[in-house]
Design a protein around this ligand. Sequence first.
Ligand code: AP5
Length: 210
Amino acid sequence: MSTNLVFLGPPGAGKGTVAALAAQKLKIPHISTGDIFRANVKNKTELGRQVESIMAKGEYVPDEVTNALVKERFKEPDIAHGYILDGFPRTLAQAKALEAFSVLTAAVNFQINENEVIRRLSGRRICSACGAGYHMENMRPKTEGVCDKCGGSLYLREDDKPEAIKTRLKVYHESAAPLLNYYAEKNLLKNINAESSPEEALQQILDLLG
Ligand code: AP5
């Protein structure tokens, strides 16, 4: 049977970090809508041009655009044994769109307090070449500003600047409750404590999957 997971939770809760560990452990692909949008921005595609300013402000890309992107990604054969969707769905309309073409195993909700989220986002640095993530306090690179894995230079995401963080948290809080209720009513919602280490968060997910 396939393991079909969605990771929910506020920006900076560690969804991407834990999704990378879980994907490796469960041998299923990690699909991040944020990463796909960022790759399009970097490659200056039509989609990238469409979403660049929306993302920089910390707002959501329209549902029709995001749903079409995910539906297209699901045509790839690598999702046969399951997937981890990181950052999708974020709205009720997205959850309903997903339900039309896939059956979920669980919706994992990363619970974390807002001060920790702000600390994590403002300290995050990303490699401009390979996309690896670091944190200025918790996961420092060996050499300041340089990626351990490929030597690329590290940068602060446009949407990790203070104004955009504020908008992202506001937008998240506006759409989160209906989404969480939707999955709770379907008995799919599984809360984890995301204030733990990434390894402990992974273990909580493995435990809930039995
Ligand atoms: P996206 O890239 O999905 O951003 P996000 O949801 O805001 O999530 P983040 O990537 O900021 O955080 P995360 O929870 O993955 O945390 P991470 O593991 O990196 O989306 C970006 C934008 O794209 C959106 O704002 C929107 O515009 C658009 N978009 C994407 N999907 C969309 C959708 N479905 N609908 C509409 N628009 C969409 O960790 C954060 C930091 O904390 C890192 O530095 C990490 O090293 C550190 N850290 C992680 N875990 C721990 C830990 N356990 N302890 C200590 N530090 C930790």
